[in-house]
Ligand binder design. Structure first.
Ligand code: FE
Length: 248
């Protein structure tokens, strides 16, 4: 007999961390829905946990991150790479039960599942890029409130937290992502390779920096560290991180 299909979204692979993530995500959605900030209302934190299989609109104009990230980079990154992951995912799951699921359900059902690696990679890259766009801010921000206090508690200072995120992002070997996450109530900076996603192992993502070459090569060529430094210094959306932290 064949093995149970990974297209069956039963509970066999769902550990407590994953269930916790989905429960948390529902809370994130609620938090975003009651946000009164017009500036952040478009940020699709509301879609964490229930992300559709269509590419969300960018939360800013393609020129909004200049000079740190150029409109040309955003054009290729959002319009070709990110869009391409959605297009490929759609082809891979067409006509299967996964076509009616959310991105998160597909990611959790295929994580660590070699036969479905291609589906996982494309779904996770869709999700990671959704999260990346919302981790970026056209204007420099600083964390405040509970998140600021947790940063001081766990890293010692905001500068130390930024240094840890910078190091995790810069040191990631090859293609991947640098993340600020909350795990068991403690903040950490981590790197993941290729399309890997923290929430598959119970870590709640707060912010992410894309360190695939396509994220920076047009603007910085091989100078990944310069790109990471510029993003961490002045283009992180700490308001988005605070709302993710509030329900982590
Ligand atoms: Fe990317």
């Amino acid at each position: 007999m064949s093995e149970p299909s990974k297209a069956d979204f039963g509970s066999s692979k769902a550990d407590s961390g994953r269930r916790e993530f989905l429960a948390t995500s529902a809370l994130v959605a609620g938090a975003a829905l009651i946000s009164s900030s017009a500036a952040t209302a478009a940020i699709p934190a509301a879609r964490i946990g229930t992300s559709p299989l269509v590419q969300p609109a960018l939360p800013f104009a393609d020129t909004a991150l200049e000079p740190v990230i150029s409109a040309k980079t955003i054009g290729f990154h959002y319009g070709k790479h990110h869009a391409g992951y959605f297009a490929t995912l759609g082809k891979l799951i067409a006509g299967t039960p996964m076509a009616g699921k959310t991105l998160e359900e597909i990611i959790l059902a295929t994580a660590g599942d070699a036969p479905n690696k291609k589906i996982f990679n494309n779904a996770a890259q869709c999700w990671n890029h959704n999260f990346y766009w919302n981790s970026l801010s056209p204007t420099a921000q600083a964390p405040s409130g509970a998140l600021a206090a947790a940063i001081t508690r766990d890293f010692g200072s905001l500068d130390a937290a930024k240094a840890a995120l910078t190091k995790a992002s810069t040191d990631q070997f090859g293609s991947g992502w640098g993340w600020l996450v909350s795990e068991g109530g403690k903040l950490k900076a981590i790197g993941t390779g290729n399309a890997e996603v923290p929430f598959t192992s119970g870590q709640i993502p707060l912010l992410v920096v894309d360190v695939w070459e396509h994220a920076y090569y047009l603007d910085y060529q091989n100078r990944r560290a310069d790109y990471v430094d510029a993003v961490v210094a002045g283009r992180l959306n700490w308001d988005f991180a605070a709302r993710n932290f509030a329900v982590s």
